[in-house]
Design a binder for this molecule. Sequence first.
Ligand SMILES: NC(=O)CC(=O)C(=O)O
Length: 263
Amino acid sequence: MRASLIQIAVDPDESVDSRRRRAASLVRAQAGADLVVLPELWPVGAFAYESFATEAEPLEGPTYEAMAKAASDAGVWLHAGSIVERDAEGLLYNTSLVFSPTGELARAYRKIHRFGFDKGEAVLMAAGTELVTVPLPAATLGLATCYDLRFPELFRGLVDAGADVLVIAAGWPERRRAHWTLLARARAVENQCYVLAVGCSGTHAGVPQAGHSLVVDPWGEVLAEAGPDEETLTVDLDPTKPAETRDQFPALKDRVLGLPTPG
Ligand SMILES: NC(=O)CC(=O)C(=O)O
């Protein structure tokens, strides 16, 4: 199963329209892959809070249209990263879109853990309430977005729902890059899954992005890692490896559910 991670640059000197066209052509260049993944909020930038309201789109807006077409042109499963979605009530969500190779929307995932403490995404956006998995022919994706990476219980929920490839679309900042690598590897090891962690490059809203997108195998080994700049990382995954790892080292079977509360 060939996966391509597109670590697109999100510098503010490029318009959203131009980046949308460029993202579509980067996806088309990956024809032949099975799965292509873009990062979090790449049209606008994850920290560009002042642009969220002006750049918000309906679910089936311009990014949806461009990405559905790119997926079908390339004939790939496309995790198109996330957009600022405005719903019918006017609420904003950080919503990831996954398209089939014929360009149909397979699933959308609204980010559950909002970043920013008492500002930014945490006050501007509503929280998603649903865990989302996407069955592909060779694997089941479990979806997460950026700050979600810090909450292991979300990933356990995805694994319990059958996920064996965890996809994290992010706009992770350079200043916390050490956490990015550590947490991506931890999620792979503790869940015995592949982790595809896709970030942005460049700087927007004064926040340098970490880049360094990662592919981690179910043993926690880093199979591939991008540098800081725009880059596409292509890796062949062995879809049998999560089950094989769980057979060889059956730690997931030893989980104790309903742990006692401290006395
Ligand atoms: N931007 C995010 O969603 C998460 C983040 O920056 C972090 O450190 O966590």
